[in-house]
Design a protein around this ligand. Structure first.
Ligand SMILES: *Cc1c(COP(=O)(O)O)cnc(C)c1O
Length: 388
């Protein structure tokens, strides 16, 4: 093992770099989770978290990974044998589909090529054809982290409305929340699934469900077995600032600080910053003579960029060299993209020079791996950054 000085560059699309202020907020004595100080903290947080989701309704917070929050969204709203419409946008959409299947749901899976998001026209067609209204929910991954493709949720909502279909809209915002514009309420989403370790700039360990009134109403007839994930006892205890089990107190301190950071910058500025960094990254990729995996410019992700390598080059070798030489972690190709792409995370606690350093490391790593790239790529990115 080589010793490295300076900070590790954690440029995978989650977990992301945790700001010092958040780390310091977490490093406090743990308090009594049934005492008044905890209740005060929780009551504040349960309100303060809402703007990040674009909601005025309840947000359920779990001590969990994002995967737990996926399960919570399904088991609280659906019954065994319910049909759900799901889209093969990439690795995460496929994992969520697999989970739904294991839970006893019946999946209408629309195949995809892992370079595009959910096609709103297909949503409209599938729902229009479902005259009996047997499809209970539409599952969408907003930002597919395996491909760097962002689905157009407002257009998907419009397609559901156009078909005049009562299906619930369940959206995974795990790698988009607090990085890419997202509006739970305005876009008519029923359950928004998220977690802590990506745009929210926290360590792993918090899962979220933002819940619409329609989703709450759906719980009355939802018969999938649930206990730990059940919203009802949590929402009831939350009214007084408590939880039905021991909540992750110190992570709550961190969440409070992360939300303060987002408030200070302002969400529109946070989104604009991510858009700019994504644009600069794509300028570098094109300048190098490589390909951005996302095939539709309306769906470019602002939180990460997946870079497609030619068949003759191994993306994992490039990542290995970059880790060894420059102490930077990049995202691997997942599922059927293994070895063919690497992913640059540019979300969370991130600025112009973090991106300049990241792209310098990528360019040098590509050269060291023997991938023929035009060094004008880095310059093209710097020009986007300099333009401001
Ligand atoms: C990271 C991620 C997940 C999985 O989250 P875990 O915390 O690893 O369970 C699910 N969906 C998307 C889009 C993700 O980026």
């Amino acid at each position: 093992m080589t010793a490295h000085s300076g900070r590790h560059f954690l440029q995978i699309p989650g977990p992301t770099n945790v700001p010092d202020r958040v780390l310091q907020a977490i490093a406090q004595p743990t308090i009594d989770h049934r005492g008044p100080d905890f209740a005060e903290l929780a009551l504040e947080l349960l309100q303060r978290v809402k703007p990040a989701f674009g909601t005025s309704g309840p947000v359920v917070i779990y001590p969990s990974s994002g995967t737990g929050a996926w399960e919570a969204a399904l088991v609280n709203t659906l019954s065994p044998g319910d049909r759900v419409l799901s889209f093969e946008t990439g690795h995460f959409a496929t994992l969520w589909r697999d989970m739904a299947e294991r839970l006893g749901l019946v999946i209408d899976f629309v195949p995809g090529d892992w370079r595009r998001g959910v096609d709103p026209r297909v949503v409209a067609e599938r729902l229009a054809a479902d005259k009996a209204h047997s499809i209970a929910a539409v599952m969408v991954v907003h930002n597919e982290t395996s491909t760097g493709v962002t689905s157009r949720v407002p257009e998907i909502r419009a397609a559901i409305d156009e078909a005049d279909h009562p299906a619930l809209l369940l959206v995974d915002t795990i790698s988009s929340l607090a990085s890419i514009d997202y509006r739970h309420e305005e876009w008519g989403v029923d359950v928004t699934v998220s977690c802590s370790q990506k745009g929210l700039m926290l360590p792993p360990g918090l899962g979220f469900n933002a819940v619409s009134e329609k989703a709450l109403a759906a719980t009355a007839s939802a018969r999938l077995p649930k206990s730990y994930w059940d919203w009802a006892p949590i929402l009831e205890a939350n009214e007084r600032g408590y939880y039905p089990y021991t909540p992750p107190t110190n992570r709550f301190y961190g969440l409070r600080e992360a939300l303060l950071l987002l408030e200070e910058e302002g969400l529109p500025n946070v989104f604009a910053r991510h858009n700019r960094h994504a644009e600069a990254t794509r300028a570098a990729v094109r300048g190098w003579g490589l390909e951005v995996l996302c095939a539709d410019e309306r769906e470019y992700s602002s939180s990460l960029t997946a870079v497609l390598m030619g068949e003759e080059h191994d993306a994992d070798k490039v990542r290995r060299i970059i880790l060894e030489r420059f102490d930077m972690s990049l995202g691997a190709g997942l599922g059927k993209l293994a070895g063919r792409v690497f992913r640059i995370g540019h979300l969370g606690d991130f600025n112009d020079l973090t991106l300049a350093g990241t792209l310098s490391g990528v360019q040098m790593g590509l050269e060291l791996a023997g991938v023929p790239v035009d060094p004008a790529g880095l310059q093209a990115a710097l020009e986007v950054l300099r333009a401001g």
